[in-house]
Design a protein around this ligand. Structure first.
Ligand code: NAD
Ligand code: ZN
Length: 254
């Protein structure tokens, strides 16, 4: 572990433009399971594909039932050691941006400003109308959902479907966020993947783009990934254990 931390510290010190790319693995120590973990939360509350959400009222009701069930399970999650380390490195100017696949809002909660964060898959802490983009708070949706006996409310402005502000499977990627992620990737000389199985595209394409344009690639994940073979450093360990020393000035490796 120490050797991997030293190497990562050395790469960070040498980098002029370091970017972190995070996935569900950075939030598991906060109690939010990733897709692979056993236990079944995601199996019972699988995300509804976008085409079904659009096509059927029953699917929209079910999507909101699952969303509220997941919130009941881990709605109170707070940032973990990985989030705190990245926020600290950013504040120090040793990291230049974070691209995340996560929708849990924990990077913001750790103090990362919006202009340093790209949320490729959106955010599950609020909702929008799919037709007119009107924003709705979750409490507003939940109150109506419960009062109507499990029926999801429609947009009061236009009658459109109201959905969490996440990018569902089958839904188009947000252009602005994709462009911001591409710009960060293009400019970076160090790209650190943290807690992603690197199987969900197009998000998983960014590490390879970074490597191709000459950046060092670091992969921190407890399981192997498809890109381990091309990485400059692979750390197969617990994210919190590896990153904890980077979270405070006095403890940071030189
Ligand atoms: P994933 O579930 O496919 O992979 C997570 C990886 O992290 C796994 O390879 C796992 O071995 C590793 N991991 C888990 N905990 C770890 C730890 N403590 N230390 C080291 N490694 C650890 O996640 P993904 O690649 O992000 O893709 C899943 C998709 O699901 C994403 O699109 C994301 O939007 C969504 N998702 C988000 C959340 C969230 O917001 N917290 C949670 C689950 C899924
Ligand atoms: Zn609307």
């Amino acid at each position: 572990l120490k050797a991997a931390q030293d190497k990562l510290a050395e790469f960070l010190a040498a980098a002029r433009h370091a970017v972190a790319f995070t996935g569900a693995g950075i939030s598991t120590e906060c109690g939010i399971p990733d897709f692979r973990s056993p236990g079944g939360l995601w199996t019972q509350n699988k995300p509804i594909p976008f085409d079904l959400f659009l096509a059927h009222r029953a699917a929209r009701n079910e999507a909101w039932r699952r969303k509220f069930a997941m919130d009941a399970a881990f709605g109170g999650a707070v940032p973990g050691r990985g989030h705190r380390a990245l926020a600290w490195l950013l504040a120090q100017g040793r990291l230049h941006g974070i691209i995340t696949q996560n929708i849990d809002g924990l990077h913001q909660a750790s103090g990362v400003p919006d202009d340093a964060l790209v949320e490729l898959h959106g955010n599950t802490t609020y909702a929008t109308c799919l037709d007119c983009a009107q924003r709705y708070e979750l409490d507003w949706v939940r109150t109506r959902f419960e009062a109507a006996g499990g029926h999801a409310p429609d947009c009061t402005a236009c009658g459109g479907a109201v959905k969490t502000a996440t990018v569902s499977f089958g839904q188009a990627m947000p252009e602005r966020e994709m462009a911001r992620a591409a710009a960060l990737t293009q400019a970076c000389d160090l790209f650190i993947v943290i807690g992603s199985s690197l199987v969900v595209y197009p998000a998983a394409g960014f590490p390879l783009r970074a490597k191709r344009q000459g950046a060092r690639l670091v992969i921190l994940n407890r399981e192997p990934t498809d890109l381990d073979a091309v990485a400059d450093l692979v750390v197969r360990a617990e994210i919190g254990d590896v990153l904890a020393p980077f979270a405070a000035a006095d403890a940071a490796p030189a």
